[in-house]
Design a protein around this ligand. Structure first.
Ligand SMILES: Nc1nc(=O)c2c([nH]1)NC[C@@H]1CN(c3ccc(C(=O)N[C@@H](CCC(=O)O)C(=O)O)cc3)CN21
Ligand SMILES: CC(C)C(=O)C(=O)O
Ligand SMILES: [Mg+2]
Length: 264
């Protein structure tokens, strides 16, 4: 068992203490981040863009996710490990069970899937079989070809009500965690108050229980220039990567990140 478990995150939610999450794709970063106090490491399918150079997350395979999950497991110092179920791996229940089994056996403690209310049954079956699930709502990069871009979700009243209803339904279906990407801060705050499970935000304002960023983004590293509005460069003023990681954890705990400039 890791030092940080879902029980730890639930206690942090109840006490109001924020927790820090970052993507990690290899053993070195897993070691640095977990040693700096990051509670949850995400092997994100963003690795398709950040590591592999694709223009979306769609080319990432379950095999890719297994490879990086194994590496993160070797470097991890007690953090909770979450792995993304990649594009199309939840299209049928059989596929979701197979992919989730492979990620758990590679070292994940939790799997994350993109999707809304229609995944409630899948979440129930995985959970009953011992696989905790994080439901990723709001901006879901695997549906970029349907939505037409990486845009803020839940801005209109009817869309906001639908997102809140989905979040409540998925928590009731057994989701152990929720992740909200690029939703207005007020909606994220309402969802966080409305469910008993810990809610992680990226571009969702300061009121979620945990914060997430892509580690390369928060270190100021990119090859296509422009960063999303919710990103802050924590290398600024820091002598090394370890210090930047500790500064991120401290800023999340102190609720000094995110501020208005990172919100929608
Ligand atoms: N390096 C990296 N960081 C990420 O956070 C990330 C990835 N890659 N790849 C997968 C997805 C794609 N993500 C993205 C990509 C772009 C925006 C973006 O440019 N958003 C606009 C919102 C515009 C609007 O609707 O108002 C922004 O200005 O931030 C957001 C999330 C998040 N994920
Ligand atoms: C941006 C986060 C939430 C993610 O899903 C990823 O890194 O793939
Ligand atoms: Mg992802």
């Amino acid at each position: 068992m890791p030092d940080i478990t879902l029980t730890t995150l639930n206690k942090l939610k109840q006490s109001g203490e924020k927790f820090a999450c970052l993507t990690a794709y290899d053993a070195l970063f897993a070691h640095l981040e977990s040693s700096a106090g990051v509670e949850l490491l995400l092997i994100g399918d963003s690795l398709g863009m950040v590591l592999q150079g694709h223009d979306s997350t769609l080319p990432v395979t379950v095999e890719d996710m297994e490879y990086h999950t194994r590496a993160v497991k070797r470097g991890n110092q007690g953090a909770l490990i979450m792995s993304d179920l990649p594009f199309m791996s939840c299209a049928t229940l059989d596929r979701a069970l197979d992919a989730s089994t492979r990620l758990m056996q590679a070292g994940a403690h939790v799997v994350k899937l993109e999707g809304a209310g229609w995944l409630a049954d899948t979440i129930g079956v995985l959970t009953r079989n011992g696989i905790p699930v994080c439901a990723h709502l709001g901006l879901t990069p695997q549906t970029v070809n349907v939505t037409g871009g990486y845009k803020v979700q839940g801005r209109e009243d009817d869309k906001a009500r639908e997102l809140l209803a989905d979040a409540i339904a998925l928590a009731e279906a057994g989701a152990a965690l929720l992740l909200l990407e690029c939703v207005p801060s007020a909606l994220a705050a309402e969802i966080t108050r409305s469910v008993n499970v810990p809610v992680i935000g990226i571009g969702a304002g300061p009121d979620t229980d945990g914060q997430m960023l892509v580690v390369h983004d928060m270190l100021g590293l990119s090859f296509n220039g422009r960063m999303a509005k919710f990103v802050k460069n924590f290398m600024t003023g820091q002598p090394d990567i370890q210090s930047a990681l500790r500064a991120y954890v401290a800023a999340v705990k102190a609720i000094e990140f995110p501020t208005a400039e990172h919100e929608f």
